[in-house]
Design a binder for this molecule. Structure first.
Ligand code: MG
Length: 291
């Protein structure tokens, strides 16, 4: 059974109903999520972002119980390893350009490594060309230029990034209050979701930003092929309308995302047991649902 868009679902379908196929078949299920804005509150300084208390332990529990659990993020693999390593999680960084291997080291996707010098040159150029109140975040195989603390610089950053992308061969990816330049390697979050989801009966992804739409696209394809796909939108003031519109259910910020993930662990001793009252999400499906 494929879970379709909210418009296709019976109005009585609750989050409990949406999670039921996963909870009744953990080995055949993959639980995947974004990091910033999904497991961690958005903060002005990207280096200061931290997962919510209990998020890593919850993900570790999911990894023990489900066929696959993981984080697919724009962060470098090393950052993900520092916060979530050693817990049996799939950790994919830089929108699928890096993975954390079994030893905790980052491993670049084929074709990405040779772009490292061009990315470093872009970072140096951003620092030289753009005002000092713009933040340049070096991620190794990509560079992100942030204007969260100076929104008025947004148009200038966008123009600079577009011009530098055209001149360097790097690819521009806009995100929340930032522009990122990446190698022209055909990988994104959807690539990773498709790889993980192949052969699984249920796949879920939680995300909050434009970069997560490719993951939703991959879920659409998995659903068309017969899998149960669950798209969870994580709402915030900045969440793109398209992402929330396409979500099967919407949770309220990282706290809501963590509540949903914890609901997947309720009744760990019996995979088909009902959610305990007061412990799991319930109620009618709504794009504005917060729990
Ligand atoms: Mg995010």
């Amino acid at each position: 059974m494929a879970v379709g868009s909210p418009a296709e679902l019976p109005s009585s379908l609750s989050v409990t109903d949406l999670l039921a196929p996963f909870r009744s078949d953990p080995p055949g299920s993959a639980i995947l999520c974004d990091f910033d804005g999904t497991l961690a509150p958005i903060v002005d300084d990207p280096a200061a972002a931290r997962p919510l208390a209990g998020a890593a332990a919850t993900l570790a529990g999911l990894a023990r119980r489900y066929g696959c659990a993981g984080v697919i993020s724009g962060r470098p693999a090393g950052f993900l390893a520092a916060h979530f390593g050693g817990r049996g999680l799939l950790l994919s960084g830089l929108y699928g350009l890096e993975e954390v291997d079994a030893g905790g080291a980052g491993r670049a996707a084929a074709g990405a490594e040779r772009w490292r010098p061009a990315v470093e040159a872009a970072a140096r150029a951003a620092e030289a060309d753009l005002p000092a109140d713009v933040g340049v975040e070096r991620k190794g195989l990509s560079v992100t230029v942030h204007y969260r603390t100076s929104p008025a610089q947004g148009p200038a950053v966008a123009r600079w990034a577009a011009a530098h992308a055209a001149a360097s061969g790097l690819v521009l990816h806009p995100a929340r209050m930032s522009c990122e330049l990446r190698p022209p390697v055909r990988r994104d979050k959807g690539t990773v979701v498709a790889e993980v989801g192949a052969g699984r009966r249920q796949v879920c992804f939680l995300g909050d930003d434009l970069g997560d739409l490719s993951a939703f696209d991959a879920l659409d394809r998995l659903a068309a092929a017969g899998a149960t796909a669950l798209r969870v939108g994580v709402a915030s003031r900045e969440a793109p309308a398209e992402l929330l519109d396409r979500a099967d259910t919407v949770v309220d910020g990282p706290a809501g995302a963590l509540t949903l993930l914890r609901a997947l662990l309720v009744g760990e001793q019996g995979p088909s047991g009902p959610l305990s009252e007061g412990q799991g999400p319930s109620g009618p499906l709504s794009r504005e649902q917060a729990f």
